[in-house]
Write a protein that binds this ligand. Structure first.
Ligand SMILES: Nc1ncnc2c1ncn2[C@@H]1O[C@H](COP(=O)(O)OP(=O)(O)OP(=O)(O)O)[C@@H](O)[C@H]1O
Ligand SMILES: [Mg+2]
Length: 409
């Protein structure tokens, strides 16, 4: 017979067995954790409570210079508790260096780093409650997978059977439960990356730094892991800083995104803000496809000498060549140069007369074959409120603009 325990709950004494006791303890732990990360739910919805809580991570004027390379250039950033924050940017823009500075593997040239309100700028990596999944995995080659994953728990003094059990569960979570005894060299690149993920997650750190953790996976596994990672992050309430080159990955997974360029953050915002209201030419061209009108072209269209951009899905193509006469719309004549079929729609490239070459995404069936339509005259139209005016350089702000653009005519 199972041993039972006397407990007092809601003023009543009761006898419960061991399993019931564990279930209640688990429920209590989860409840406490969700209390500790009250931002998780609201941030996942892309909103903000507006309260002034101490951020999980605060970077102030963070700068790192290697010889004559300024890898990180005065970065200011607050990341909230339980937030899924992505750093998106081209190769060499400083993403990994920022992660290494947060983890303590590099010391900044100047600036400061706070974790949960505490200045850790000069602290050693092991004194910071963060864990990292590195771009190059950094697994122990002589250890089995289960020992690799259990290593962090061993360092923390967890007993052998318990840590092996936790390591097995973590490996199951990344679908490697059947390879427990293998060494890293006996795995594919993608499998090694998943071991690195399991090893970082098993210790349930407050902050997890992930440097391109899905980079080596094939598309299907990558998409599956994106969903699982996001789900894990939500359920555990861990703050994730996720580095990626892949804009689609950043747009679909993140509460907020910081777009890096040349060691600086060009813009911080939700996926919607970054995509719909890019803060400068760099963000407009790096995230998604944009049609950019330079200052001279903008002057010709709107009489205003500031560059602007418009997304391909906001353009309409009239095959008859007739302009739209509705107020609040603008039409320009042009010539079709090519088509690219993208499954759900067709990208139609049009050279506007006196304007830039633009791409329009046309969801409906085209009224003729390529041969009939290429070189044909068309009119491209758009709603004026779809235009985004661009400052010449990026506008890094923690509260991105949300106003509709004002169009002066
Ligand atoms: N230890 C180092 N010594 C000298 N230069 C370095 C060092 N580490 C990084 N750099 C330079 O700093 C810049 C930023 O590098 P970083 O690795 O942070 O870029 P990244 O955005 O992570 O790029 P990728 O997407 O290719 O991983 C690059 O120009 C790089 O060459
Ligand atoms: Mg990198």
């Amino acid at each position: 017979m199972h041993k039972t325990y006397e407990v007092i709950a809601f003023g009543q004494a009761a006898r419960v067995d061991w399993l019931t006791l564990r279930c209640v303890a688990l429920w209590w732990t989860i409840r406490q954790r969700s209390k500790a990360h009250p931002m998780t739910e609201t941030l996942a919805a892309g909103s903000s409570t507006g309260t002034e809580e101490v951020p999980a991570i605060r970077l102030r004027k963070l700068t790192k210079v290697f010889g004559d390379t300024v890898a990180v250039n005065g970065v200011d950033l607050d990341i909230r508790h339980g937030e899924f924050f992505s750093m998106l940017g081209p190769s060499g823009s400083g993403k990994t260096t920022v992660l290494r500075l947060i983890a303590g593997f590099e010391l900044p040239t100047s600036g400061s780093i706070e974790l949960d309100g505490k200045d850790v700028t000069a602290m050693a990596p092991f004194q910071r409650d963060v864990n990292t999944v590195f771009q190059d995995y950094a697994l122990f080659p002589h250890m089995s997978l289960v020992d690799n994953v259990a290593y962090g728990l061993r360092v923390r003094g967890m007993p052998g059977s318990q840590r092996r059990q936790r390591a097995r569960e973590a490996l199951d979570r990344v679908q490697l439960g059947k390879f427990l005894g293998r060494k890293p060299a006996q795995l594919s690149g993608g499998q090694r990356q998943r071991v690195a993920l399991a090893r970082a997650l098993v210790v349930e750190p407050k902050v997890l730094l992930l440097d391109e953790p899905l980079g080596a996976l094939d598309l299907k596994l990558r998409q599956q892991m994106q969903v699982e990672l996001k789900e894990l992050q939500r359920s555990l309430g861990i703050t994730f800083i996720f580095v990626t080159h892949d804009q689609e990955e950043a747009l679909t997974m993140s509460d907020r995104i910081g777009v890096f360029n040349n060691g600086s953050i060009e813009q911080i915002g939700t996926a919607h803000e970054i995509y719909e209201r890019p803060g400068g030419i760099f963000v407009a061209t790096f995230v998604g496809t944009s049609n950019i009108f330079d200052a001279a072209q903008a002057q010709a269209v709107y009489g205003r000498p500031d560059p602007f951009c418009i997304r391909p899905e906001r353009l309409r193509v009239a095959w008859t060549g007739k302009p739209e006469h509705r107020s609040g719309t603008t039409s320009r004549p042009g010539t079709v140069t090519s088509f690219v079929y993208v499954g759900h729609a067709t990208q139609v490239r049009v050279q506007l007369d006196g304007g830039p070459a633009v791409v329009a995404l046309v969801p409906e069936k085209l009224p003729g074959s390529d041969a009939e339509l290429v070189n044909g005259p068309v009119t491209v139209s758009w709603d004026d409120d779809a235009v985004v005016w661009l400052p010449a350089s990026g506008s890094h702000t923690d509260s991105p603009q949300t106003d509709s653009p004002q169009i002066e005519r």
